[in-house]
Design a protein around this ligand. Structure first.
Ligand SMILES: [Ca+2]
Ligand SMILES: [Ca+2]
Ligand SMILES: [Ca+2]
Ligand SMILES: [Ca+2]
Length: 396
């Protein structure tokens, strides 16, 4: 155990050396704990015109020693959210959010890491599929977010204190908490978690937690706790307890896609091309009674032009992608055209040749959209986005 303690101390020292060159972030640069600060004085005087031996405390020749004190150990840790990592889907495995943990004291410390689920929000997250609840990365540029140059990644194991982070003064890490999103989470819902980091003795992280010292001796470096009180519960973080916490959120964005299909007589004038449409044509509202939307009170008679109006709606805030739509026109129709309208985007729209007389066996009039997409709503309270696949055919 003694050997591993020394090794950890050395690793910490080398890390801070690497960081000190070119760091662009604010550092405290406090005087290290236990630094001895010596101060001397001298007093010279004459008797008449004769200089007398100086009075000094330089410790030489029987003089008293310099006035000394040792810098006490400031214990301060700051946890902060790295921002919302993104948006997650219901039932998503291994969703993660990130935090920074910075040693704002003047000595090297180890840290216990853990998190709480907030119980006053919309839902709770679940244990991650990967099993790696917490990992952390050295925040090489100290900006509080994970960048390409940060690392390496260490898997934090609460049962093995050799995996607990060891931070020199002013060092920081990025902590990633990975969880699964429950299937029951709904669009726009949020789960908050509070990560806390508790300052521990660098030589025995899982031993007795750091406490404030009650004595104050001039020549001894004592622990002085200066951390703030964060959002975690009082048992895990309160004022000047050596711990700190911050909140980050898993926000769920879901797509809520529905589709309907209606058919209308578009042109009852026996045009036989489905293009010359008499009068102004307003696309019917798919939710309305189709019988009232039929232009010219048309009948589905031979040579009538009919329109299949497939409506795709997204009532969620996430984009729906990889949409595949297939409509195989039956016997008794002649395919005329197909197009996309509104917010439904291709992809690839494949159609038979205009004028193909459709048969169902074998199918020769398949209209298909692949790789389609429909954007999500801007805000949860907005109306759904909507688009259509419009197919026109004439009755044989
Ligand atoms: Ca919760
Ligand atoms: Ca960084
Ligand atoms: Ca002291
Ligand atoms: Ca605290």
């Amino acid at each position: 155990m003694t050997k591993s303690k020394i090794l950890k101390g050395l690793l910490g020292a080398s890390a801070v050396t690497a960081l000190s060159a070119g760091s662009a972030f604010a550092q405290n640069n406090f005087t290290p704990a236990d630094t001895e600060v010596l101060n001397t004085f001298s007093l010279n005087y004459n008797v008449g015109t004769v200089p007398q031996p100086p009075i000094t405390n330089d410790g030489s020749g029987g003089n008293p020693p310099p006035t000394a004190f040792r810098v006490d150990r400031l214990v301060n840790v700051t946890v902060a959210s790295s921002g919302t990592a993104g948006n997650f889907s219901p039932n998503q495995a291994d969703a993660s959010v990130e935090f920074s943990v910075r040693n704002d004291g003047n000595d090297t410390h180890a840290y216990l890491l853990d998190f709480e689920e907030d119980t006053g929000d919309d839902f709770n997250t679940e244990n991650s599929t990967s099993g790696d609840r917490i990992v952390y990365f050295v925040d090489v540029n100290g900006d509080g977010v994970l960048d390409a140059g940060d690392g390496p990644e260490t898997v934090y194991n609460p049962a093995d204190d050799s995996t607990w982070p060891l931070l020199d003064a002013d060092d920081s890490i990025i902590v990633r908490v990975t969880r699964d999103i429950p299937e029951s989470a709904l669009d726009g819902e949020r789960a908050d978690i509070h990560l806390y980091a508790d300052t521990r003795d660098q030589t025995d992280p899982s031993g007795t937690p750091i406490d404030a010292d009650t004595t104050n001796l001039t020549l001894v470096a004592e622990n002085v706790l200066a951390d703030a009180d964060g959002p975690a519960s009082a048992g895990n973080d309160t004022g000047t307890d050596g711990a700190h916490s911050a909140t980050n959120s898993f926000v769920v964005l879901a797509a809520d896609v529905t589709a309907t299909k209606d058919v209308f007589v578009l042109n009852a004038d026996y045009d036989n091309t489905c293009t010359a449409i008499p009068g102004a044509y307003t696309p019917p509202s798919p939710s309305s009674d189709t019988s009232t939307a039929v232009p010219n009170n048309g009948y589905f008679v031979p040579n009538a032009c009919v329109e299949y109006f497939i409506t795709v709606r997204n009532d969620g805030t996430a984009n729906a992608t990889a949409i595949a739509l297939l409509d195989e026109l039956p016997d008794n129709l002649v395919f005329r055209s197909a197009s996309l309208v509104g917010d439904l985007l291709g992809g690839t729209l494949s159609t038979p040749a205009a004028g193909t007389s459709c048969t169902s066996s074998p199918v020769n009039c398949a209209v298909s959209l692949t790789g389609g997409s429909i954007a999500g709503k801007a805000n949860a309270g907005d109306a759904p986005t909507e688009g259509h696949l419009v197919i026109r055919a004439t009755v044989r």
